[in-house]
Write a protein that binds this ligand. Structure first.
Ligand code: FAD
Ligand code: DHB
Length: 389
């Protein structure tokens, strides 16, 4: 089989890229190792920047999103028994939307299959070959028990943090930058109406907690836990008790309900530079991970492929490689801005350790960001997403 762009991974990055290319008349094949059922039900991110909503709308994947997404205009920061509001829309003119990542993935898969766009699920043994500048890139894989080979002009590695594309890049090409945090997030989905109109980020002596939501009947909540925490030790009763403690506020009640999903996510910051090698281009989690506190992972993946698609379109239409050669530099500018913001939000809100000095600094910062217009503006414009990056 031959195509123009071979895409590994049907997460948000791979699926958005395929649609952008399709709209520009460029062919692609997406290879995904999981089943359709699995990727459509994997619970992950939920908060979309305005730029991501605009991009999904532009590529024709915004219809259900427009009907079902919840539009938010700010966030609450809770600390020291107070809950303060950062009015992000008033400050920036832009808003954010709540819409589950798996809903985006469902919409994009339906769109792709709607025009018979090649998208293979349950593909095994994916390997990428011969992608140096003068090579003939190809992807080998097994599908329905048969070994296959896909020849292409370029390969897009959209296969997430644990994928095969980044490790296939020859030694010495990539430099990686990373930080592990001494905590993880325990996340739940619960069948209960959200107890808040907009998201609450809470700093508490026991650790960070986040109250998010998916709809008017489903809440999404997170707790900071130890990095090696075992989910078996967290009964629903214990989770709710800890959430009650960390969100406690006079005159406000956290409503409880049946837990329908729970899991633990490690926290790390990770960047690989460059995000390309020869004719292999990495995008999304394959190239970088941000800690989830800034809600940026999915949004960043969408912006990577927007830049990559523009570069591929320029190359196919003019033969000029300048934009493709500059892909990594352009994408990394935003990646590092977002890394900094995600690190800032993480260290602002989590319990970092046992040193009371850290806690006093955090409370001073929270006090500042909720009382100074200049500080609130900085948080707000990063949270809703900087359009010019
Ligand atoms: P992915 O969504 O990871 O997609 C990669 C795809 O490639 C997957 O479908 C995978 O199955 C496939 N794949 C992997 N290896 C291969 C292979 N060898 N061959 C073929 N296909 C392959 N972000 C937030 O902002 N907030 C959150 O609360 C949040 N929670 C998260 C929870 C978890 C458990 C994880 C892992 C991530 C979370 N994120 C969160 C981050 C966010 O979901 C990611 O940034 C986003 O999914 C990135 O999209 P992507 O397309 O780059 O990668
Ligand atoms: C959600 C996740 C985040 O990491 C965040 O900062 C805000 C919302 C969510 O899953 O809804």
């Amino acid at each position: 089989m031959r195509t123009q762009v071979g895409i590994v991974g049907a997460g948000p990055a791979g699926l958005i890229l395929a649609q952008l290319l399709h709209l520009a008349g460029i062919e692609s094949v997406i290879l995904e190792n999981r089943s359709r059922e699995y990727v459509e039900h994997r619970v992950r991110a939920g908060l979309l920047e305005q730029g991501t909503v605009d991009l999904l709308t532009e590529i024709g994947a915004g219809e259900r999103l427009k009907e079902e997404a919840l539009e938010h205009h700010g966030i609450y920061l809770q600390f020291d028994g107070r809950r303060e509001y950062i009015a992000a829309t008033e400050i920036t003119g832009r808003s954010i939307h709540i819409y589950g990542q798996q809903e985006i993935v469902k919409d994009l898969i339906a769109q792709r299959l709607g025009y018979d766009g090649p998208l293979l699920f349950e593909v095994d043994d994916v390997a990428v070959h011969d992608f140096d500048k003068h090579g003939e890139p190809r992807i080998t894989y097994t599908h329905e028990g048969r070994q296959q080979r896909l020849e292409c002009d370029v390969i897009a590695g959209c296969d997430g943090f644990h994928g095969v594309c980044r490790p296939a890049i020859p030694k010495g090409v990539l430099t990686t930058y990373q930080r592990e945090y001494p905590f993880a997030w325990l996340g739940i989905l619960a069948e209960v109406a959200p107890s808040t109109d907009e998201l609450i980020y809470a700093h508490h002596p026991n650790g960070f907690a986040l109250h998010s939501m998916r709809s008017s009947t489903v809440s999404r909540l997170y707790l900071q836990v130890k990095p090696d925490e075992q989910i078996e030790y967290w009964s629903d009763k214990r989770i709710w008790a800890e959430l009650q403690t960390r969100f406690a506020l006079a005159g406000w009640t956290l409503q409880e309900g049946p837990v329908i999903e729970k899991g633990i996510t490690p926290m790390r910051s990770f960047v690989t530079e460059p995000m390309q090698s020869g004719r292999l281009y990495l995008a999304g989690d394959a190239a970088h991970i941000v800690p989830p506190t800034g809600a940026k992972g999915l949004n960043l993946a969408a912006q990577d492929v927007r830049v990559l698609a523009e570069a591929l379109v320029a190359w196919y239409s003019t033969g000029d490689t300048a934009q493709l050669d500059g892909y990594s530099d352009r994408a990394l500018r935003r990646v590092w801005r977002v890394q900094d913001f995600s690190h800032y939000m993480t260290t602002l809100l989590h319990r970092l350790g046992d040193d009371p000095f850290d806690d006093r600094l955090q409370r001073a910062r929270l006090e500042y960001v909720t009382s100074s217009d200049a500080a609130a503006k900085s948080l707000a414009e990063n949270y809703v997403g900087l359009p010019e990056y």
